[in-house]
Design a protein around this ligand. Structure first.
Ligand SMILES: Nc1ncnc2c1ncn2[C@@H]1O[C@H](COP(=O)(O)OP(=O)(O)OP(=O)(O)O)[C@@H](O)[C@H]1O
Length: 342
């Protein structure tokens, strides 16, 4: 599937602004970005609930949407798992799941066999005769998922499917989604504003901001080498601080950060003022290094997250095994840094 130069405006709001993105067959792409950046609009355009003002959407060689043509949603063969499950509450589980097969005129025995197989796949073996309104949120999600699998949708769209589930169910459903992706080979587009979900699930992450695509890449690329400060700020913890690039050696930038010289990863060969990204796991308290003052110390499970203030007034985050006192003077060693382009 590919989208080319897609734009969509609602009155004064440019919800999508010239987005081009390829979704290779069998890929699992997470669309990530702050509220209002256009994620759901993009999904609705792929599903066929919205039409683009400009640009085109192709499924393989077939154009399903451009400003002149619009294939209706039911003819696109796209499966959808949304937050509000869109199931028929009065029907039992098997009735909901078998619906796409009935419309294809399959015989009863084959339908039953296929429904049983798919319910087992989503961990709902033996749930066929249960009413949907007697199920938990997570179980309903699984029914919606089973219905997509039964329909054999080559493309499955997820819109914040875990948003109203508790933390334990979320973990179980993450496993279910991974399993379904492997088992069906479907092309999956997954909208979330939870970066943890995106990093854990997707093989590609596309980061949107105000209707524009900022970056698309593997979770590690997005985390380690964000191409824009808004990507760096949105994905993962960390801080962006001002620095000077003095020169380059062996593909690395020589950088000065408030008096300390370090080597930083970089994508270009520019020198002069720059901004660098410092992730907490690349920082450690040390006898020498950046001078900083502890601003806050928050226990986060096994570590204490320290918020430290540098001499420039900029702040960084660091994880330390011990709690530290507010106002304590410390030194910070840096083992990895990234020069944010632009
Ligand atoms: N039908 C509509 N009418 C008017 N404005 C709309 C409509 N749909 C979306 N918008 C606007 O377009 C922008 C993008 O909305 P969209 O729902 O795609 O964002 P989102 O990234 O999915 O946000 P969230 O994470 O909050 O769901 C927002 O400013 C929204 O208010």
């Amino acid at each position: 599937m590919s989208i080319r130069e897609i734009s969509r405006r609602f009155g004064a709001i440019q919800a999508l602004d010239g987005i081009s993105l390829d979704f290779p067959a069998g890929s699992f792409t997470a669309l990530l970005g702050p509220s209002g950046c256009g994620k759901s609009t993009l999904l609705r355009l792929i599903a066929g609930f919205e039409a683009p003002d400009a640009g085109s959407i192709r499924f393989g060689s077939k154009t399903v949407a451009d400003p002149l043509r619009q294939v209706p949603p039911e003819k696109r063969g796209v499966g959808m798992v949304f937050q509000s499950y869109a199931l028929w509450p009065h029907m039992d589980v098997a009735g909901n799941v078998s619906y796409p097969l009935k419309t294809r005129g399959l015989d009863r025995a084959s339908i039953e066999a296929r429904v049983g197989e798919v319910l087992a796949m989503v961990g709902l073996e033996g749930f066929g005769s249960r009413r949907v309104d007697e199920l938990s949120g997570g179980q309903r999600q699984r029914v919606a998922l089973a219905r997509c699998i039964v329909a054999d949708s080559g493309i499955i769209l997820f819109d914040e499917p875990l948003a109203n589930l508790d933390i334990h169910l979320r973990a179980t459903m993450l496993d279910a989604f991974r399993h379904i992706h492997r088992a069906t080979g479907a092309t999956i587009v997954y909208v979330t504003h939870d970066q943890g979900e995106a990093l854990a699930l997707a093989d590609r992450i596309a980061v949107l901001d105000r209707g524009r695509l900022l970056q698309v890449g593997s979770p590690t690329e997005i985390y380690r080498a964000p191409v824009h400060v808004n990507v760096a700020g949105f994905v993962g913890r960390g801080a962006i601080v001002s620095a000077q690039v003095l020169g380059h050696r062996d593909g690395m930038a020589e950088v000065e950060v408030t008096g300390l010289r370090i080597a930083a990863r970089t994508a270009d060969t520019k020198s002069g003022p720059a901004r660098i990204l410092l992730r907490p796991e690349a920082l450690a308290l040390s006898h020498a290094g950046l001078r900083a003052v502890v601003k806050s110390s928050t226990y986060r499970g096994p570590v204490h997250e320290l918020r430290l203030s540098l001499e420039t007034g900029e702040e960084i985050l660091l994880d330390d095994p011990q709690a530290r006192g507010i106002g304590e003077h410390v030194h910070v060693a840096i083992s990895d840094a990234w020069v944010v382009p632009g």
